[in-house]
Design a protein around this ligand. Structure first.
Ligand SMILES: *[C@@H]1O[C@H](CO)[C@@H](O)[C@H](O)[C@H]1NC(C)=O
Ligand SMILES: *[C@@H]1O[C@H](CO)[C@@H](O)[C@H](O)[C@H]1NC(C)=O
Ligand SMILES: *[C@@H]1O[C@H](CO)[C@@H](O)[C@H](O)[C@H]1NC(C)=O
Ligand SMILES: *[C@@H]1O[C@H](CO)[C@@H](O)[C@H](O)[C@H]1NC(C)=O
Ligand SMILES: *[C@@H]1O[C@H](CO)[C@@H](O)[C@H](O)[C@H]1NC(C)=O
Ligand SMILES: *[C@@H]1O[C@H](CO)[C@@H](O)[C@H](O)[C@H]1NC(C)=O
Length: 377
């Protein structure tokens, strides 16, 4: 999901520390010894900028969206949030407001009520951690090898969250086409923490005239989707996927019931931008599988998160990487599917769920996902 274009905010560039008018964008390349997977990262957002895996012909394809010029991670007014770690609180917070302990409809001037700058839906909510979320902060490299990199981010509560949070994100590649990302975060005071890694996938990499993900096959182990209001804020209810276009319990092409998806992802939007709750723990078995018959590339995702946001990128419109046919061609609606392993969205304003997302000294936050690539049989 992303900031809607009408509300996109251009970051005052000075804030982010230019050096001689430029950003020294460091790129870290990780490659598995067996050549099955190569990934590139930049420190801003601990963001993955390229991910190369082999197709059924044995040729490597870059299967994630991004920019050739990584400074656009900070300056693209569309701010599609291409593949960073998103925090301190991913997805939406109703009215940018919550209390600790959490309450339904916190009184604006009540005790222990916090306000985060709103940046979405005409100020009705905070999206992806505020105006300067973790994706727009320069993380520091603390460890690096040929197959692994660790970044640290110190979040000094300047978006209005309580307490400081220190986060370490580690990306690792392994033989056999495996990418792992883990995040460990600790807080100095009680604060909500809910993170995601916001990767936009196109398993064909725009080759052979392919331009969208509508014929990708998707499987999600979930019978419940979070019901949301017009601002994409949870109502507290869940939708049973049975008999609806949300039913991906068995693998289906993303467009299997496409004509019924108008409005499911918000007003004026077609496709998906929804939060599925997993039926089972997927720490060790895949909760999501995605593949394309064209490239033959298959992705299995395991994660310690209880939910996943699937966004078919309706609002996208920004020049493609050269390797994807850019810059004369743009990434547009359905060019990719973002699959975001996350917690229950806005659980901090939905106490009826009984989901605890408050962390404090002695209770750290851990996020992990493993992406395993193989070929369709
Ligand atoms: C939303 O938050 C603002 C403070 O940021 C407050 O003034 C306003 O009353 C809140 N709106 C509702 C409906 O609670
Ligand atoms: C961002 O952090 C990296 C180290 O992780 C450093 O090499 C780079 O110079 C930093 N960039 C800016 C603009 O501070
Ligand atoms: C939080 O960070 C700020 C800025 O670095 C510092 O002044 C403050 O003492 C820190 N608070 C705690 C509780 O560590
Ligand atoms: C791609 O489209 C062009 C123009 O329509 C066509 O000539 C070409 O054969 C297509 N390539 C593939 C691999 O389908
Ligand atoms: C979806 O709608 C389009 C245009 O109305 C129509 O041509 C197409 O057949 C429909 N597809 C399905 C699967 O119903
Ligand atoms: C690509 O997107 C940009 C906005 O990011 C827009 O200005 C431009 O017109 C688009 N180009 C094409 C070919 O649609």
């Amino acid at each position: 999901m992303l900031l809607q274009a009408a509300l996109a905010i251009t970051i005052p560039l000075m804030v982010l520390g230019q050096v001689n008018g430029e950003w020294p964008f460091d790129v870290t390349t990780l490659a598995a010894p067996d050549g099955s997977i190569t990934a590139k990262f930049v420190s801003f957002g601990a963001t993955m900028t390229e991910l190369w895996v082999k197709d059924k012909e044995g040729k490597a394809r870059d299967i994630i969206l991004g920019y050739d010029d990584n400074t656009r991670l900070l300056t693209d007014p569309a701010h599609p949030v291409f593949n960073p770690i998103v925090g301190r609180y991913a997805n939406r917070i109703k009215n940018g407001t919550f209390s600790i302990p959490i309450t339904k409809l916190p009184q604006p001037d009540g005790p222990n009520v916090y306000h985060i700058p709103t940046n979405d839906h005409d100020g009705q909510d905070t999206l992806h951690g505020g105006i300067y979320g973790w994706d727009r902060r320069n993380w520091t490299i603390t460890e690096k090898s040929e197959t692994s990199v660790t970044y640290r981010h110190f979040d000094a509560a300047d978006e209005g969250f309580p307490g400081n949070v220190t986060a370490f994100a580690t990306h690792t590649v392994e033989n056999g086409g495996v990418l792992k990302t883990t995040v460990h975060a600790s807080a100095t005071e009680k604060t909500p923490i809910m993170l995601t890694q916001h990767i936009y996938w196109n398993l064909d990499a725009f080759q052979d005239n392919s331009s969208d993900i509508l014929s990708h096959h998707l499987q999600v182990d979930s019978s419940r989707v979070v019901e949301v209001d017009g601002d994409a804020i949870p109502t507290g209810a869940f939708i049973d996927v049975e008999g609806t276009p949300f039913d991906f319990k068995d693998a289906k092409t993303i467009d299997w019931d496409w004509n019924q998806t108008a409005g499911l992802c918000g007003g004026g939007c077609s496709g998906y931008d929804n939060c599925w709750i997993y039926d089972h723990d997927h720490s060790t078995t895949p909760g999501v599988t995605l593949w394309s018959d064209k490239s033959g590339i298959k992705l299995d995702i395991t994660s310690n998160n209880p939910a996943v946001q699937v966004y078919t990128a309706y609002w996208l419109d920004t020049p493609r990487k050269v390797v994807h046919g850019g810059p004369s061609l743009n990434y547009t609606s359905y060019s990719a599917v973002a699959i975001e392993q996350e917690g229950y969205i806005d659980a901090i304003n939905t106490p009826e769920w009984g989901v605890d997302q408050i962390y404090y000294p002695g209770k750290d936050f851990d996020w992990s996902s493993t992406y395993t690539f193989s070929l369709v049989e």
